[in-house]
Design a binder for this molecule. Structure first.
Ligand code: GDP
Ligand code: IMO
Ligand code: MG
Length: 431
């Protein structure tokens, strides 16, 4: 039975949570496959916003099964908070035995490294994400299953000299590491998580055997933040593309039926790094205000730019996308006009940057000059529209421009933050 993967097609915060919460109505299982509490996915149901950082955006539905896969790095305090939300809603949660635990030392290291980088700081969320994934690469990660007993906690902290090495790095960064016994005491507080643990890969395989069972896989971050395809070094430390799902669950096409990329009708980025279509003018300030563009995890203002078509084309190729869902189109209503980035020139030569140029190279991104056009906006609000044909001609022309430039179908359009504020074009091909 099919798996549908939802990923961010820009620099994160595209509205993945809202789309997954909407689609979750039509599936049996929702799973989260990557990242950690660096993510913040906001769902709005009956006017009430809920921001989820670790559990999948299907937890607000009673009885729905929500799975956290083995490649997710878990802050247990966040897990406990979100499990409470799930319990209230009556949904079910299964956490992978092997999902990693973000120890407090990882956060200290993340912070120390950012301070050390000074003006070259990545602008991480300081949630310990990079250092935690490093422990996985070094094959000495601390897993959720290690929270089971004091003996298991102590064994995991000693594995491959984990505690001693981490404490050394914290000290090197000028901070005092949490004491070994303090960490043991901290970890013991989460022994109750064991009732949620299991082998999620086996569970997913079993579910795929069941006739009619649909699985929705929710990515975190966005393709431009992917550890391999994103613009290094200002990216995150896991795969936010479809590959992140395949890598952790061992499921590939054709069982993996469709990957849809979520893209905002403009772009935002939080943290450092090059953003070619970034603007700092009246329009960008208006969009920041209208779109409430402040990070849901750190509260930092998100940088705002024009919709970047070459970047989206690149993301579709490198992210293995079959289609796009464009969110926040409602926020472009009633503008004088809308800026769109349609190409890049090399700053030094004035020559056009070919579409296959590797935009994951920071050098390329830093040496290009964006070319903008202005397209028509539309006067009437569209947040009540639920049918594609009811959208004003200029809004449809905006969607056509995206499809024609990127070469992928736009299957859905977001017209508001609420769960139902989405327009599917014809019947969406996902389920
Ligand atoms: P995610 O990390 O990709 O899930 O995105 P975030 O939740 O961090 O940020 C997206 C924000 O936009 C949230 O506050 C959503 O409620 C909101 N949002 C999502 N889709 C739409 C839309 O189509 N229109 C409007 N106005 N807001 C939206
Ligand atoms: P969602 O799932 C936006 C950014 C950080 C920083 C870089 C590395 O809500 O879309 P990290 O803490 O991962 O080491 O930081 O990645 N970043 C995000 N930006 N949305 C996210 O998640 C992000 N997760 C990480 O701002 O630039
Ligand atoms: Mg977010």
């Amino acid at each position: 039975m099919p798996v549908i993967v939802i990923v961010g097609a820009q620099w994160g915060d595209e509205g993945k949570g809202k789309v997954v919460d909407h689609l979750a109505q039509s599936v049996d299982v929702v799973l989260r496959f990557g990242g950690g509490a660096n993510a913040g996915h906001t769902l709005v149901v009956n006017g009430k916003p809920v921001t989820l950082r670790l559990l999948p955006s299907g937890i607000l539905y009673p009885k729905k099964l929500n799975i956290v896969g083995p490649y997710v790095v878990c802050d247990p305090e966040v897990l406990v908070r979100e499990l409470r939300i799930s319990k209230e809603a009556g949904s079910a949660v299964l956490l992978d035995n092997d999902a990693m635990v973000v120890l407090p030392l990882f956060k200290q290291i993340d912070e120390g490294r950012e301070n050390e980088r000074g003006c070259h700081a990545i602008g991480t969320t300081k949630n310990g994400i990079g250092p935690c994934y490093e422990s996985h690469k070094a094959r000495r990660e601390f897993r959720l299953r290690d929270l089971e007993s004091e003996q298991a906690i102590r064994r995991a902290l000693d594995r491959g000299n984990l505690y001693a090495d981490l404490a050394g790095e914290v000290r090197f960064g000028g901070d005092e590491p949490m004491d070994f016994d303090e960490i043991v005491a901290w970890a013991k507080k989460f022994s109750g998580l064991k009732e949620y643990l299991g082998d999620t890969r086996e569970m997913v395989e079993e579910l795929l055997e069941k006739p009619g069972c649909n699985i929705l896989a929710e990515g975190a971050q966005g393709i431009m933040l992917d550890e391999d395809q994103g613009s290094r070094p200002d990216n995150t430390a896991s795969n936010s593309t479809q590959a992140g799902f395949s890598k952790s669950f061992g499921i590939y096409p054709p069982v993996l039926k469709h990957t849809a990329g979520i893209a905002k009708a403009y772009v935002t980025r939080v943290g450092g790094g090059v953003m070619p279509s970034e603007m700092d003018n009246e329009w960008s300030r208006l969009m920041q205000d209208r779109g409430k563009e402040f990070g849901s995890v750190t509260g930092r203002p998100r940088r705002v730019g024009a919709l970047d078509l070459p970047l989206l084309r690149f993301a579709c190729r490198r992210g293995g996308l079959n289609s796009l869902i464009i969110t926040k189109l409602d926020l472009l209503s009633g503008l004088h006009s809308i800026p769109v980035c349609v190409g890049y020139l090399y700053k030094s030569t004035g020559l056009r940057v070919p579409t296959f140029a590797t935009l994951s190279s920071n050098e390329t991104l830093a040496n290009i000059k964006p070319q903008f056009i202005e397209v028509d906006s539309w006067s009437q609000p569209i947040d009540k529209c639920r049918c594609y044909d009811d959208l004003p001609a200029a809004a449809q022309a905006y969607i056509n421009l995206i499809e024609n430039s990127v070469g992928k179908p736009v299957i859905g359009v977001g017209v508001g933050p609420e769960r139902d504020a989405i327009i599917w074009r014809n019947t969406h091909p996902l389920f």
